[in-house]
Design a protein around this ligand. Structure first.
Ligand code: HEM
Length: 147
């Protein structure tokens, strides 16, 4: 079960990054042309939805991961090691912040009344969310984990 969830979490990272590129591209071009199309709303929904999926998988991983569980058995020692510290104290905090930014963005976009204001909200909230994701991905781990 652990291996399966880790693989899905690993592969879903590429879907998140693809959706991130798409949502930023749409916000920049929409902001320039002062338009907001249904595809812009769908791009935001896709990014936020995939982030929610990663949040769910990540919470399950926190509970069943041997790495996290053994680190929590001795938190003081785990905090001395950069890799275990990353998973018990950094990865989930930054990713949770990225999920929250994406949701706040979606709600602000909904409330904005004009197209360019919606695109501005998308850039203001999705932009930092994507930056946090890029920062908090453990790039030293396998880029693709298939089973
Ligand atoms: C939002 C809350 C999240 C939590 C609680 C979380 C939790 C975790 C945990 C516990 C692990 C390590 C499991 C282990 O090695 O035993 C992990 C690994 C990883 N996470 Fe997350 N994660 C979250 C979000 C994300 C997001 C948004 C992404 C990318 C878009 C991401 C990408 C990764 C990657 C690439 C790995 C390494 C997978 C591997 O080694 O194959 N995580 N995450």
């Amino acid at each position: 079960m652990y291996d399966l969830l880790l693989s899905i979490h690993n592969i879903a990272r590429w879907l998140v990054l693809g959706a991130a590129v798409y949502v930023i591209y749409r916000s920049v071009s929409g902001f320039r042309s002062r338009s907001y199309a249904p595809a812009d709303r769908q791009a935001g929904r896709l990014y936020t939805g995939l982030m929610d999926l990663q949040l769910l998988l990540g919470i399950l991983l926190l509970v069943i991961s041997p790495l996290v569980q053994s680190a929590l058995g001795n938190p003081a020692a785990a905090m001395q090691n950069s890799q275990t510290r990353f998973f018990i104290a950094e990865h989930w905090v930054l990713m949770l912040a990225a999920v929250i930014l994406a949701h706040v963005g979606s709600s602000r976009i909904k409330k904005a009344t004009e197209a360019w204001l919606k695109q501005r909200q998308a850039l203001i909230w999705y932009g930092p969310s994507v930056a946090l994701v890029l920062l908090a991905i453990p790039w030293w781990r396998p880029l693709l984990r298939l089973g």
